[in-house]
Design a protein around this ligand. Sequence first.
Ligand code: 3PY
Ligand code: ZN
Length: 636
Amino acid sequence: PFLMNVLDDPSFIAGDVATDFIDTHPELAQVNRSRNRGSKALQYLADVTVNQPYGPRVDGIDPRDKLPRFPGDKTEEPDRSPFDGPSASQPPAGWRQILLQKGPEGFAAELRSRTELAVTDTTFRDAHQSLLATRVRTRDLLAAAPALAHTLPGLFSVEAWGGATYDVALRFLAEDPWARLRLLRDELPNIPLQMLLRGRNTVGYTPYPVEVTNAFVQEAASTGVDIFRIFDALNDVRQITPAIEAVRATGTAVAEAALCYTGNLLDPDEKLYTLDYYVNLARQMVDAGAHILAIKDMAGLLRPQAARELVGALRSEFDLPVHLHTHDTAGGQLATLLAAADAGVDAVDTAVASMAGTTSQVPMSALVAALEHGERDTGLRLDRAAGLEPYWETVREIYRPFESGLSAPTGRVYRHEIPGGQLSNLRQQAIALGLGERFEQIETMYEAANAMLGNIVKVTPSSKVVGDLALQLVGMDVDPQAFAENPQEFDVPDSVIGFLSGELGDPPGGWPEPFRGRALQNRGQRRPEAELSAEDRASLSTPGVERQSTLNRLLFPGPTREFEENRAEFGDTSVLHTRDWLYGMVAGQEHVISLGKGVRLLATLQAIGEPDAKGVRPVMVTLNGQARQITVRDRS
Ligand code: 3PY
Ligand code: ZN
């Protein structure tokens, strides 16, 4: 049987394995493994081909022939698989070397002292979270990383991890989020890697015990995160203090504390989210040990003059550098970045233009062009920032089924205040609930739900609470006022009950009474915080792979189980090109399966047979020229 196994192995076919070695040679175990991996990957491809031929959530026409050929195509793919390890030549030194040499305090001081405006690229995290439902796979990030390191070595950071990427990797991509971090770290040795950490919720939606925060931060820092942007969804600094302390304890990583911007501080009627409110918040963050202050404008509400005042105040009150993050939902945020630059902001977030705009960040090339030859020139080359655009345009096209559907800017955001990342998600949720046609009404209801809940800061996970309530109100077709007066008479989403019970902490404006008391009448009490077993505790203090899988399991038990089952059945499918992974095989075309270390298989679909009585179809393929038959259950 062993002989049969190696017969169709590519290295065997290529003559790499001498036949007379077969019975004795130990490398054959390796060959056997490759063969197994190849078979599993092929099984996956056949499955997608049968069950998802038009890609996810797109029906009607077969999009496969129209998809761009890069990076999923054999003829244009470089020989080196991105999974073979870092590129040979070292990119020029950058901000990461400054961090390594000077440590986090020195790094922050250097940022504060520079005249050049520092620029973060969010393309690897927030941009695709906000435009493509976080679906961009590791291989497409890795393929772009060397170009970034070599052509834009002056970037302040690349936001590449955290937020929703962790959850989505396990839940939808069958990828280990830790592998992504490790591989990106290898490819970007000169640019600091930045992540978004949701305070005590880490990368989840509810608070975890502080041991989880500590272990998560240590493991993330030792695997590759340099800058931790930490926020709390209700701007409760007590909720981010343990994470700030954990980052400081690493001695090497930077703690960037983020104040979440809400409302409009220029509005004379704004009584809660005022300039004083933010300065007071920032003071607590400085006292908690932040190295950098971030303004996190998740919905894109910060107007130019407000940015000027806020940045000016933060920089005159404190010695810390200020990093500005915004979303271009309404279309005017380049003006905000420029006003902030004028007021002395030290760093700003942008995304590669083809992954920018609307719910994503401001285009990097527009910012670079706007400041070129001026006092705050970014030092980045415009042609190089623009040079990354065609790649991302192509990648984006492959992920088209996940587009948010927001095809133009919207001024409605100033009223509903839905964060960029949520706006795309909420649309998908609405469509799934059959409410797609009523999205405007959902936006309006989101505004009403926010008012009912006490005009809260809306960002993961508090934004989910407001979104759930809005969907519920529209779904039930109930008048918000009637609901606000008598919530005890209606169904209330679990997330809303959890929030009102104080699971996420206390909101800045206090609790909305009597709404809260009524909504909680006769409903479940606050869920007790998760307890860690002695085994979990031990595993959380063991750095490396074991701790990583324990964290996956503690944070996302269901998705982690599915991820592990997927691995067992199909192997590591992250090696497949995204075109193939999403859309399967096209008859007559060659599909490359790169197994790393130069092992590449070529698969060609010949035919799909009729299903038998149990709905199982034979799928005929050739693998490196040899005929194979695979069976796939047709679930369509
Ligand atoms: C996240 O928490 O994922 C966010 O992007 C919040 O803006
Ligand atoms: Zn954001």
